[in-house]
Ligand binder design. Sequence first.
Ligand code: PBG
Ligand code: ZN
Length: 324
Amino acid sequence: MFPRLRLRRLRYNPVVRDMVRETHIRKEDLIYPLFVVPGNGVKNEVKSMPDVYQMSIDVLVEESKEVRDLGIPAIILFGIPEHKDEMGSEAYDPEGIVQRAVRAIKKEVNDLVVITDVCMCEYTSHGHCGIVKDGEILNDETIELLAKEAITHVEAGADIVAPSDMMDGRVQAIRQGLDAKGYVKTPIMSYSVKYASGYYGPFRDAAESAPAFGDRRSHQMDIANTDEALREAKSDIEEGADIIMVKPAGPYLDVIRRVKENFNIPLAAYQVSGEYSMIKATGRLDWIDEERVMIESLVGIKRAGADMILTYFAKDVARLLDKQ
Ligand code: PBG
Ligand code: ZN
């Protein structure tokens, strides 16, 4: 008890403060999302995401080298196809935009883990995450296509596939599909606990994937639920997920903690587009210190229990760590 106990003792000296710090952000924790579009020499800034670009494959390859040179171990790729149709056919086309991008990166960039997002919403004309019939997203038909999509990504060279669709049974369908082709060593990072969130708004500008009608509440989780998060995580693990994910991250730190305490499996958290853009926008207004809040947001996500973080700040963080 005070005066014998003085908790400030460990806070006076900055070196001592560093010694007793409990949570660290390391480059190895970071996964950088990238958006690939058709064309050549294309680099379009996303209107609602400062410093985030849609890039054609040639630009993307150079960007991937920069990411690797900064010491970021992994990227996650999202594709914006030339043509969208009802069946999202470019999603599982071996010559689709993501498949070609993966091949180009793998050919030119060593030592970069390439993760691919597996979903249909960027590829369907209606912008939904699966096959739609009579206004409903069909589950069992969609997971067959997701398995095909994942196989074409791995055939192109993807190191990890990340299904983000939230259909039931898709991890099992993908695992069986990959195994049947002999890809038994390719991990699945499942978006296991993905909420129907307003924070995805800017991403839909970046991926041009806003649903043309309705919303994603018939497959993404209700924002109010956490027991259900544990059931989602459990079923994905049983179906063969190697890494599970909670998304968004910042507003769901309680969920990250609960999932981490309940399962012994690597846990990723996705600091999504809206979390990024809110910090960027207020930073640009000089209403907050962008760099401080960026780090604080990421330390919070790790403190909650995430082992790795998908974040649009990855390059900024890597540069900051280099300065320190
Ligand atoms: C596709 C997908 C989305 C995100 C990742 N994969 C959008 C959505 O579900 O609408 C969101 C990522 C972000 O907001 O940064 N299903
Ligand atoms: Zn989707």
